[in-house]
Structures are given as C-alpha cells and as structure tokens.
Design a protein around this ligand. Sequence first.
Ligand code: NAG
Ligand code: NAG
Ligand code: NAG
Ligand code: NAG
Ligand code: NAG
Ligand code: NAG
Ligand code: ZN
Length: 746
Amino acid sequence: MKLVHALGILAIGVVSLVIGILIGRFAIAPELPEWLRSMSHDGNPKYRYELQKEIQTHKIEQNLKYFSSKPHIAGSSQEEDVLANYIYTTWKSSLNGAKIYNYTVLLSYPNSTDPNYVAIVSSDGTESDISDKVEKILSPDQNDSTVVNPFNAYSPSGVIVGDPVYVNYGAVEDFHYLTRNLSMNLNGTVAIARYGKIFRGDKVKNGQTFGCAGMILYSDPADYVAGDLDRVFPHDWWLPGTGAQRGTVFNTDGDPLTPFYPAIESAFSLDEKDISNLPLIPVTPIGYNDAQKYLSKMAGIEAPSAWKGKLNLMYRVGPGFESPFEERKLKLYVKSYNVKKTIRNVIGFIEGKYEPDRYVVLGNHRDAWVFGAIDPSSGTAAMMELSRSMARMLEKGWRPRRSILFCSWGAEEYGLIGSTEWVEEMGKVLGPRTVAYLNVDLSLAGNSTLRALATPILHKLLFEAAKTVENPNPDEVKAGRKTVFDTWVANLPSSHDPTIPRVGDLGSGSDYSSFLQILGISSADVRYTYDQKYSLSSYPMYHSVYETMDLVSRIMDRGFKYHQAVARLWGEMALRLSDDVIVTLDCVQYATTMQRIVSDVEKTYGPLLQKKGITFDTVKEAANKFEAATHALQNRAENANKQNPLEVRKINDQLMLLERAFIDPLGVAGNLYYRHVIYAPNQHNLYAASSFPGLAAAMFDIEHDLNQELRWQQVQKEISILAYTINSAASTMQDHGKIGGGGVQR
Ligand SMILES: *[C@@H]1O[C@H](CO)[C@@H](O)[C@H](O)[C@H]1NC(C)=O
Ligand SMILES: *[C@@H]1O[C@H](CO)[C@@H](O)[C@H](O)[C@H]1NC(C)=O
Ligand SMILES: *[C@@H]1O[C@H](CO)[C@@H](O)[C@H](O)[C@H]1NC(C)=O
Ligand SMILES: *[C@@H]1O[C@H](CO)[C@@H](O)[C@H](O)[C@H]1NC(C)=O
Ligand SMILES: *[C@@H]1O[C@H](CO)[C@@H](O)[C@H](O)[C@H]1NC(C)=O
Ligand SMILES: *[C@@H]1O[C@H](CO)[C@@H](O)[C@H](O)[C@H]1NC(C)=O
Ligand SMILES: [Zn+2]
C-alpha cells in the first residue's frame, strides 16, 4: 500500500515537471508553422517498407515477357515506336508526367540479305570453312525474322584477305608481345582476337594501330563456358559454340555525328568521313565452333600459356596457316552500313513536394542487340515495376521531398547514345540540380551476389540500402545471411576492410558515363552477378540471340526473386535520396578512398618518380586538406538545424556538388569525352576505370616513349592538375561566406 502511494506521488511529481518544462519551452519557442515542421522530417521509413513490399515478382515476369518478346535493336520500329510508346503511355498516366526526347543519330546495321562471314580462301579464290552467317536457332522463341545477324556496329564494309594472326585479347600488351618480343610485322594481317578483359572497341583500335587489315572477334570457352562443353545452352546457361557476341566498336560516347552537342533538329552534323574514333578496319564476331576451324590450322610458335583458351587445339600465334594450308589466307567479308535514324528517350517524372528542383535520376536503356532478355530488358522489367510501385505509393498519399526521374534510354548499345544526347541537351539544368544518377543496365548477370559500381560518395547509401533488402536466395537465408548485404559482403568483401563489400569504380560501360564524366554527377550502377570463381568475361550469353525469356525464366532467375531484390534496392536508394532532409551522400568516404588511391599510386609510381626527381607531395597535401574538409562538412551535416531550410539547402548543395569539382572542362589527358580527374575510363580499356587517369595515361609504357622529355613534362603537368583539382574540391566544402581556399591575407 505504502509503496503504491509513494509511486503515485512520484508519478504526479514527474508529470508536473514535464508539463513545467513543456510550458517553459513553448513560452520561449513559438510553435513551428506546419509547412516548416513537415519539411524538416526525414522520409518516413514506413513508405520505404511499403514500396519494397509492393514490388512483385509476377509483375516483373510479365514485364520481361513483354519487353523481350521481339528483337528491339535501336532504330527499329519495335524499339522506337512500340516499346517507347508503351513506356511513355504508362508513365504519362501513372506518374506526374512523361516526355519523349527524339534524336536523329548515326546507327549501323549489317546487310540483312548479304551477311558477314569468315572463310579460308585458296589462291584460286575457292572458299572453305565458311563461318555461320546466322546463329543457329536452338529453341523456337529465337525464331524471328527481325533478328539482326552477328555484326560489330560501325565496322566499315570490306573484303579483307590476309594471313591470320592470333592476338589473344587484343590488348596493347598482347600486340607488344607480337611486335616486340617476336618482332612480328602485322601489316596486312587479319587478327583473330578473343572477346573479354577489355572493351572490344579498344581491341579494334589496337589492331588498327599495329597494322592489321581486319579483325575477327570470337568468344573462347575459357571466357564464356565454365561448365562442361557438352552442357551448354539450352541445357545450362553456358554459351554454345554457335553463339556470337554483337557489339559496338565505336570508341567514345554519344552520336558520332554531333560530338558534345545534342542531335536535335538545329544541330550541326559532321560528314561521316570527318568522324574521329570510328573504326577503320572491318571487323565481325563469330562463335567458337567457327574459331576452332581457323585457330586449329595456324602456323607459328606456340602461344604463351596466358594466351591459351579452352578449345581443344594448340594455340599458335601465326602468322599464316600451317602446312598443308600454308598457301591459303583468311578472308573476312563485312557488309555493314551506317545510316541516320531517330531514337527516343522516354523520361517520366514524379514531382517533389518541397524541393521539386532537385532531381534523383534513375535510368536503364531500352534497346537490345536482339531479344535482350538480360541486357537490358531485365533492368527495364525492374524499372517498370519500380515505377508502378511508386505510382501506387502516390495514390496512397506519399510524395517525395525531391523530384524523381525515370529514364528509358535509346541506343545505348551503339555508344551510350540516348543518355549522352540527353545529357548534352539538358546539361545546364541537370548539372546544378541532380542529386545522383542511379543506373541499372541489367538486373542480373547471374544470381550469386549483388555487385555495384559507384563513386565513393554513394558507398554508404548502397550498404545501408542493401541491408534493408531481403535475401532472394533461400539457401543464403538458411545460412544466416538474411539480407542482400550479407551475401554481398560474404562474396565480395572489400580488400581493405572485410566488414564492407567491394564497390567497383565506374568506367564507361553504361549510361552513367555522361552523367559522371561530362557533368560530374555522383553515379552508381547495380546488378546481381555470377560467382566470381568462374572468372568469366561476362555472363555467357551476352549480346547473342540466346538471351531470351526462356534463358531467364528457366535457368537464371526462376521465380524472379533476384529481379525483385534489385528493384527493391533501387527503390530504397531512390527514396533515401529523395526523402531525407540532408542528402545521403557520404563525403568522408570520398576522402578515405582518395587517400588510398594516393598511397597506391605512390607505391606504383613512387620509385620511378623519385628517380626523375619528381615529387608527389603536392597531391598528398591536397588529399589531406580534402580529408579535413570532408570531416568538417560531415560535422555540419550531422548537426544541421533541419528546421532552417536555407542551412539545409546550403549543406545539401555542397554535398551534391562535390563531385562536380572533379570535372576538368579540358578533359582528362586532353580527352574531352572523359573529364573526371579522379576516375575516368582506362585509356586502353573503356570498360574499366583508372584512378587518377591522367597520371596513369602519362605513365603508361613511358620507358618506350622516344620523346622522354615531353613525356616526363606531361607527368609533371598531370600531378599539378591533380593537386589543383583536389584542393579546389576541398575549398567547395568550406562553410564561410568569405571566399574559401587559396590566397593570403595582408
Ligand atoms: C518524336 O517523334 C514522335 C514520333 O515520330 C513525334 O510524334 C514527336 O512529335 C517527336 N517529338 C519531338 C520532340 O520531336
Ligand atoms: C545489301 O546487299 C545487297 C546485295 O549485295 C545490295 O543489293 C543491297 O544494296 C545491300 N543493302 C544495303 C542496305 O546496303
Ligand atoms: C522458323 O519459322 C519459320 C516460319 O514460321 C519456319 O518456316 C522455320 O522452319 C522455323 N525455323 C526453325 C529452325 O524453327
Ligand atoms: C616479352 O619481353 C619482355 C621484355 O623483354 C619480357 O619481360 C616479357 O616477359 C616477354 N613476354 C613474354 C610473354 O614472353
Ligand atoms: C603495309 O603494306 C602496304 C601494302 O602491302 C604498304 O603499302 C605499306 O607501306 C606497309 N606498311 C608498313 C608499315 O609496313
Ligand atoms: C541461378 O543460376 C544458376 C546458373 O548459374 C542456375 O543453375 C540456377 O537455377 C539459378 N537459380 C535460380 C533460382 O534461378
Ligand atoms: Zn546494357
């Protein structure tokens, strides 16, 4: 009794105290107006949870069936009319609006009645061992009269007859081996290069540089079949010997006719002969059944062990065929043509409630080489389900704080054309207003683990989002890995911190390229991928006719759970970026990564630089200053008064625009297509990224340069550009109204 009584008195005391405090508080601070109160709250996690729940596997499956039912190459009516209109109509009726952006650009096709091929030809012109002109149909769903035969976009037409040489992956190092170690003269030869490791356009460029007259690209089983050669598609997902990888061999981004400007009606268009970076030698792809016929007859010394693929033959480098075929040549027959076509981007938007002029941009390309059930329609299927789910949330009363844009790009396969033209047209708007660009080129290249590419400022968001997405693999869940993050970190741990997953750097493999490389917009690209133990060059069926709904629904994602996981992750990231008061961009991670790059670069080049008396200290100092500035900015972000919209916007702008500071308008190493000083595509492999790319390019193969003085001057120039740019980026993070960075006070 007594105890209860005492507690009662205590409770009355506490309640009075609380009331007293509240009265005191409101006597000092007047209540915030409703509009200010509601805009100073982070997004409600309830909406993110509901969005994830809304995303359904069977809807994604329906989408994929629709999008991959017919071939939809860029410029075709299926792609530019049927699919583009479908997306436009869907978004126009369910989101806050939609637009179509048309561009008339240069595309390339093989002659449908006169297909490309390869053959062995004798001195009297007789052809034997002719390669397949079409990919063999292995299941009825591949039988469609609009399938475009294997070709490499923008290859010139031509008939080349020459001695074959095997050039491995066609990398610069491979050509150096032939020309330097073996003193081989490649002039007039027909190079046989295997796909993989580097972008195919770089292979062709190298072949051209070293004098080859033509090139044949084939997919070696070593790079595309990890299983048994008798158990390839349709039994399993490995590439069959009849599959050929299509793909562009154009070495830059955007419409070849209108570099740096949008291909709109008023645009000045180049003459085709004035286009730089188009290949000058004919090239065509073949499958490994055909490659076997040529490689097995090669003369010359045995190829180094790293050059040997998995075909059952002795890999020899050539040149020429061995006895009794030594009089014969290899013939390459290419009949492709370039033609102007109109392509379309479809953009759908959801208008932000408080900051409609800040954009979170989501994109996926729509065009495919053939049916595209993986590339890109697995991504399209996820995007359409994500946009449908967001539309449902709009119906339920959700409105994002910032605007969300959905982008369906045209003509990505030819050289990121749709996205690049749009970035060129809209750059002045996008540059100052875009929070981030989130790309899903394809939802899955396999079903083993998530893989992500991103600039460092988005790593934290990726990790946090992946922790909220249910693991699509029931076996992984049973093993205690409940989320996408858990499997990710277990499969691809970061090499310097095993508690976080590895995130790759962005090269120029997909539509994020122009966002990042021209405008400096922080970007990410996510997908599920295959087990890295396979050491494949890509998923086996990449860009072949066999990339169909059947492959996906029967083998790669039975049940569509992996698609669903990617769509959920994408949505989670988008909602965090659109709804949190302070944008979820982690500048400190940029500094951490930068310090690591600095120390890696010092390890790699330090001794050589030292010998030349060149110091890297200015870059190190800049990186330190940058690091300190990120901590100060993060501190302000964490302690920001979220009820002060001006303070919120100031900090958000500094976070959002940090990446912009890395853009050099003069391009990296003078290449105007790639301007990001910290990350740009590797000079010899467009797919991969180089850190400090200008310096990497200046140092590449430097000991062989005949003009040593000029090259070392270039190295010094690159170091000064790095130091300057990193210092500038640090200055952008300073708080005060007085001009930051540089200068002295007198
Ligand atoms: C784009 O093309 C479509 C179909 O040809 C046409 O209806 C539309 O007006 C075009 N839009 C623009 C902005 O040119
Ligand atoms: C395709 O080849 C045929 C036969 O060689 C030729 O008549 C036709 O003009 C070619 N088509 C194109 C678009 O080049
Ligand atoms: C493909 O379809 C055509 C027309 O329907 C048919 O004549 C042909 O036999 C089919 N080919 C294969 C390999 O199924
Ligand atoms: C080619 O020559 C270089 C320099 O002599 C040597 O380091 C390299 O190992 C050689 N490459 C091969 C594959 O033998
Ligand atoms: C390559 O061959 C062509 C013709 O066969 C010849 O005109 C040219 O000079 C040769 N170039 C080199 C670098 O050997
Ligand atoms: C995952 O991919 C493998 C091929 O790598 C396939 O055998 C398996 O069926 C796939 N799992 C699902 C659930 O689709
Ligand atoms: Zn793609």
